[in-house]
Structure formats: C-alpha cells, structure tokens
Design a protein around this ligand. Structure first.
Ligand code: PHE
Length: 346
C-alpha cells in the first residue's frame, strides 16, 4: 500500500505542472481524489488492513493526502494568477508615467550629517540654516572677531567681487561679501531672529582658502550648536558633548575639554575624545571640535541681555567625524564622486 501511495504522489507531482485550465484540473483531480480516484481507493482499503498495521497505514495515507493537496493548491494558485492576468490585460501599461530611475543612497557625508542632526534633535535641538554667502559683519564682526584677525585675510577666505549684488544678504558701506568660513554665522542670524530659549544645530557648507591635501579641502561642512537660556552652564555643554560622543562613537568613548581661544566664546575649549574601539585610531586623544560659553560681546551684538542669559556654542567639521567613523584617510575621496568609493557606504 505504501508503494501505491508513493506512486500516486509521484504521478501527481509529475502531471500537475502541465495543467493549463480549470477543466483539465478538475478532470485530473477526479482521477486522484474523486469518488473513484486512486487515492480514494487506497483509503477505502484501510478497512482490510490488520489492526496492528492501521496506525502506520493511517499516517502514510495522511502524508500522501497532504502532499497531493499541496500540489493541487499550487495549481489553483497558478490558475488564479493566470485568470487575473488575463482580466487585467498585458503587463505593460504605456499610459503609466515612467518609473523613477534606480534610487541611489545618501552621500557618506550626508549620512553622517543626518546621524548627528538626528541625535541632537532627540535632545531638543532644532535645525537652523543661513546663507553660504555672508557679509563680513555676520561672519566676523558680530562674532567679536577683530579687524586684524588672520581669518579675515584675503589669503584665508574667499571674498566676492565688490560689484556683486546679493539680494538676501545685506551689507553696509565698504563691507565685503565672502563665502562663510564657518557655520558660526548661523548663531548670529538665529539670535537676531529668535528670543531665548534657543537650542539649534546648524549643519552647512563652509569655505576656506586651504590648499587641498589629505585633511584640508577648500569646501567642507560643519555643524554648529547653540544653546541660550537662563542658567546655562559649562556643565550643560560638557554633558551634551559627552552624550554626543558616546552616541556617535560608542559608550566607551571619553571626552576632555582643553583650554583654547575663540573670539566668540569665553571660556573656550577644544574638545578631544578617546575611544578603545576605533581601529587604528584607538586609545589616543583626537581633537574634534571647538566650543565654549557664548562671549558677552556676541550677546551685545545681537541685543540679548548678557546679565540675564548665558549660553554655550560648539562647532565641528562633519568630514572629520565622517573620516573617523568611516575609516577614510583622505578627505578628497569625498568629493571625487567615484562610485567605487561611494558604493562602500550604500
Ligand atoms: N567656528 C569655530 C571654527 O570654525 C568653531 C567653534 C564654534 C568654536 C562654536 C567655538 C564655538 O573653528
């Protein structure tokens, strides 16, 4: 009997794929599981089987039934799909708009930017933006950067021609336009527009007259952070930066603030971090950003009362963070648009 069952199942598996219509299917199905079907026959035979063989026989019949039903179910599925296809017509509808071309992925710099912005968003920062063309006032003066500061030198920054007119950026007298050298300009523009409490991050493109090499590019990106409120202290800055570093580089990362100088913060620091799991860069202090408490001179420039409010600010290069995270050792790879490079970050 087991042999009969095997033959039936084998026959079903062989014939079923060739079935093209429901009528064909019904006719074939009748020869197997109809009242006079071969499988039905075998099942009827169980009455004559000795009692001790019945359990084994029952099990064998069940298995055969299941195999046959599964094969039949596939046929039905196929027939239904074919019927539906016949109803809806040819697979191509020339009246539909053309599909979008294959989708790419975010550029590796954009991926890191998004990760950073998202992290700060989760702790209450919103995103601010401003122009890439700036006047000297917003890029330097309002940030307490003195007239003789080297950043203001023609050799260090990209100044635009005097006769250029830029509708959305105002300038006064013989002030010049230039491409912003840092995102700290967004601090000024935000504080002029909003009243404290202010909590923003500003990702954006910056420009400096650097000779390109493995770590310098004339065009690069920064993320600026600014928090202004009553009673903001250095502890708030330190805690926020700790959170940032641990989220981006892992819970074992440590931070350190090293005294430094920026005209727009007082006191000012360079923040370094240290991580045991960074491959080649493990276990050494890496400098990643400038930061400090907003200088009262900056509050004066934007009309915020420095006796009531305090704040902190930080700024860092996105490329620097990306290079550490992605193990890239030459910044120029990011701008060459070589698909072999970009694909590694898909
Ligand atoms: N603007 C500074 C730079 O480009 C970084 C910075 C931002 C430092 C905010 C302190 C506060 O180097």
């Amino acid at each position: 009997m087991q042999k009969d069952l095997n033959t039936i199942v084998a026959d079903v598996r062989e014939k079923v794929p060739a079935i093209k219509t429901r009528a064909e299917f019904e006719a074939y199905k009748a020869t197997i599981s109809g009242p006079k079907g071969v499988l039905t026959d075998v099942m009827k035979g169980i009455g004559k089987v000795p009692k001790e063989d019945k359990p084994a026989m029952g099990k064998a019949i069940n298995e055969a039934k299941m195999a046959v039903e599964a094969a039949f179910a596939t046929v039905i599925e196929g027939l239904e799909a074919a019927e539906l296809a016949a109803k809806i017509g040819p697979a191509i509808d020339p009246t539909l708009p053309s599909p979008d071309p294959a989708r790419g992925t975010l550029h590796p710099i954009a991926q890191v930017r998004e990760e950073m912005v998202e992290l700060f968003r989760r702790i209450g920062f919103s995103v601010a933006e401003a122009t890439e063309v700036e006047s000297e006032h917003y890029c330097f003066d309002a940030l307490n950067i003195p007239a003789d500061h080297p950043a203001r030198d023609m050799q260090d920054s990209y100044y635009l021609p005097d006769d250029l007119s830029v509708n959305n950026v105002s300038k006064e007298g013989d002030e010049k336009y230039l491409l912003r050298t840092h995102t700290s300009t967004v601090q000024i523009r935000t504080m002029l527009e909003e009243k404290p409490p202010i909590r923003i991050v500003a990702p954006g493109r910056c420009f400096r007259r650097d000779t390109p090499d493995a770590t310098h590019s004339a065009n690069f990106h920064q993320i600026e952070g600014l928090y202004v409120d009553k009673d903001v202290t250095l502890l708030d800055l330190k805690a926020t930066l700790d959170h940032f570093v641990k989220t981006i580089f892992g819970p074992k990362a440590k931070t350190r603030l090293r005294p430094s100088f920026f005209p727009f913060t007082e006191p000012s620091y360079e923040m370094d971090f240290f991580s045991p799991d960074l491959g080649k860069l493990s276990n050494k202090w890496l400098e990643i950003m400038g930061c400090g408490m907003v200088d009262p001179e900056v509050f004066k420039a934007v009309g915020i009362d420095y006796r009531v409010y305090t704040g902190y600010a930080f700024g860092m290069g996105i490329e620097r963070i990306a290079m550490i995270l992605q193990g890239v050792d030459d910044i120029r790879y990011y701008y060459q648009n070589d698909v072999r490079f970009l694909k590694q970050f898909a």
